[in-house]
Each structure stands twice: as C-alpha cells, then as structure tokens.
Ligand binder design. Structure first.
Ligand code: 13P
Ligand code: SF4
Length: 326
C-alpha cells in the first residue's frame, strides 16, 4: 500500500534528506511554487550558475531543466549534480544541434560564437562565450566592434541584443522557446489596451519583446513603463516598483516570486497559458525521490566539459546580475 504524504510532510522529509545527503537545492524562477518554497536558492539562470560554482555542499539538486543541471556540473565537476526528472528538457536548447553550429561556423570562420545558456553542453563547447538574458548585451559589448558575431539560438533575444548594442555585424540563429514565442504582439496589445496604466515586464525571449518596444516608440505605453528583463531582473524591478499593476510577459511560474517581492502590487500574466511543461515536470515527490535514490545524476563527457566550461566561465566573468537585463 502506498502512503501519500501531505505537502508539509513531504517538505519536512526533503529537508531531512537534503541535510543527510549534504545537498543544496537550487530552483529556477519558473518552478512550481511549492518547489521554489523548499529550495535553498531561487533565481535566474545566471544567478543559479553563480551559486552552483560556489556551492560547498557535495551534491547539487537542480530543480530546473537539463541544460541548467549540465551547466551546474560544468562549474562544479567534483560535485554530484542531480536533476529530479531527466526528461525536463527545453525546446529552445533543442532548436540547434552541434552539427548545425559547426556548419554555421564554417560559413563564418572568423566570427565569435555567442551561445545563450539555454543550449546543450555540446553546443556550448562549440561556442567562444555563453550569455544569459541578464548579461547578453554586456557579453556582446565585450567583443571587439569589428568582429562578426554568431548569436544562437534565440531569435527574439538576438534581435533585442542587436537593438540595444546597435551591432550590425551580429547574425542571429532562428530558434525560439515555444512558451515565449506564444506570448505575441497581438496578445500584448490587447492586454495593454485593457490596462493602459500598467507597467510591462517583458522577458527578451518573448515573441512580443519587439512589439513592446514598438508600443513604447508609438507612445501607446510610455517608454519608462516598458522593462525588458531577465527573470532575476524582474524580481529586482518588482521590489522597486511603485506601480499598482504589472503585466508580466514570461512563463507563469515567475508570478510566485514577483508577488512575494511586492505584495501590494498586482502582477498579472500577459498570457496565462504560458506554462513550460518541462519546468513543471519537477514535483516535490520527484525531488524527494531524487534525494533519496540519488537520481538522476547528470554527467558531461570530459572533452566536451573542458571546452564548454571555458565558454561558461568567460560569461561568469562578465556582466552584472544586478542589472538584470536592459
Ligand atoms: P532566465 O535566464 O531569465 O532565468 O531565463 C531562463 C529561461 O529558460 C527562460 O525561459
Ligand atoms: Fe526552455 Fe522555454 Fe521552458 Fe525556458 S520556458 S526552459 S526556454 S522551453
């Protein structure tokens, strides 16, 4: 007979097992609220990479998706890195293969390759430097003006970075995240018309990022009310916000941290169906099993890891997580 534990009993057992295993629990901002609440650290990709790099615990349990656990393993090769569900993938990371990167590089042999952190370790190994949504523009600015850049795989983040840096020699791969691509300009315009006084927090992976800046340019929304931010940048902006209402264009898991950061403000999703099924694969039950049985351990082959680590470490050395996007 199987016994079903309540969430609080599960949480207690998870904490006990984490102590017993000497594990630190990291959770991305898109995780289920109950998983965020039990984690030692909640944050965006860059912040969690930094925590993973400095972790003193012998095990890192990554409540996120596969590429994030791989990145933690690259930065902490001597630690055990566990992903509670090995099927937690990412449609954006799947939008470019290592063979496609090699073929693109062959067409632009002198270009610097910038890979968004939402890529496999094998793709990172082909890149010169990685970036996340919170430091992409700083990473691009760190590259000499006269060098061509291949930016992969996200077309919307690429377009945003091209705009804010003014780089004309930046080529962008046409990949996308199925969740963010679904938050489109038409939906955003509708929501803005319903709530013309609201502030807008937009993740640069969104299909609507360009439309948001267009709406600002047209004066439909005052420019100071449109903020293009990483998920970590959104939490910081929420703490500072004086707005009565904020419309949030990203995965809906984000609302949990935003509402906790500023209880007096109303945070509403631009698209309430924008849920990442990969992020939601991690449950308290799977987290408990992960800690109890040591599953699923994430490994990266040594030759791939050595090259991919260099790209990630170059990124970690650049950019400021405090700025949280542009
Ligand atoms: P952040 O780097 O802003 O946390 O975004 C990660 C991600 O997967 C967005 O979908
Ligand atoms: Fe990947 Fe999109 Fe899910 Fe982020 S929200 S993990 S980019 S599929």
């Amino acid at each position: 007979m199987s016994i079903t534990l309540t969430d609080s009993a599960l949480a207690e057992e998870i904490r006990r097992l984490a102590r017993e295993r000497d594990a630190v629990i990291l959770a991305h901002n898109y995780q289920r609220p109950e998983v965020q609440d039990i984690a030692d650290h909640v944050g965006d990709s860059l912040a969690l990479s930094r925590v993973a790099a400095k972790a003193t615990a012998s095990t890192i349990v990554f409540c996120g998706v596969h590429f994030m656990a791989e990145t933690a393993k690259l930065l902490s090769p001597d630690k055990t890195v566990l992903l509670p569900d090995p099927d937690a993938g990412c449609s954006l990371a799947d939008s470019i293969t290592v063979e496609e990167v090699r073929a693109w590089k062959a067409q632009h042999p002198d270009a610097v390759v910038v890979a968004y952190v939402n890529t496999t370790a094998a793709v990172k190994a082909e890149a010169d430097i990685c970036c996340t949504s919170s430091n992409a523009a700083d990473v691009v600015r760190s590259i000499p003006e006269d060098r061509e850049i291949l930016f992969l795989p996200d077309q919307f983040l690429g377009a945003h970075v091209k705009r804010v840096t003014g780089r004309s020699n930046l080529h962008v791969w046409s990949g996308e995240c199925h969740v963010h691509a679904g938050i489109d300009g038409a939906t955003l315009r509708e929501r803005v018309e319903e709530d013309p006084e609201a502030e807008l927090f937009i993740h640069p992976e969104c299909g609507c990022a360009t439309s948001a800046l267009y709406l600002a340019g047209e004066g439909v929304v005052p420019a100071e009310r449109v903020k293009v931010l990483s998920t970590g940048g959104m939490v910081e902006a929420a703490r500072r916000s004086q707005a009565r209402k904020v419309l949030v264009a990203t995965e809906i898991g984000m609302l949990h941290q935003l509402r906790a950061a500023r209880p007096g403000t109303v945070f509403e999703p631009v698209n309430d169906r924008a849920s990442c099924r990969y992020m939601k694969m991690i449950t308290l039950e799977k987290l408990l099993r992960s800690l109890r049985d040591g599953v699923t351990e994430i490994t990266v082959p040594d030759d791939v890891a050595a090259k991919a680590r260099t790209s990630v470490e170059r990124m970690i050395a650049i950019g400021s997580p405090q700025r949280g996007g542009e």
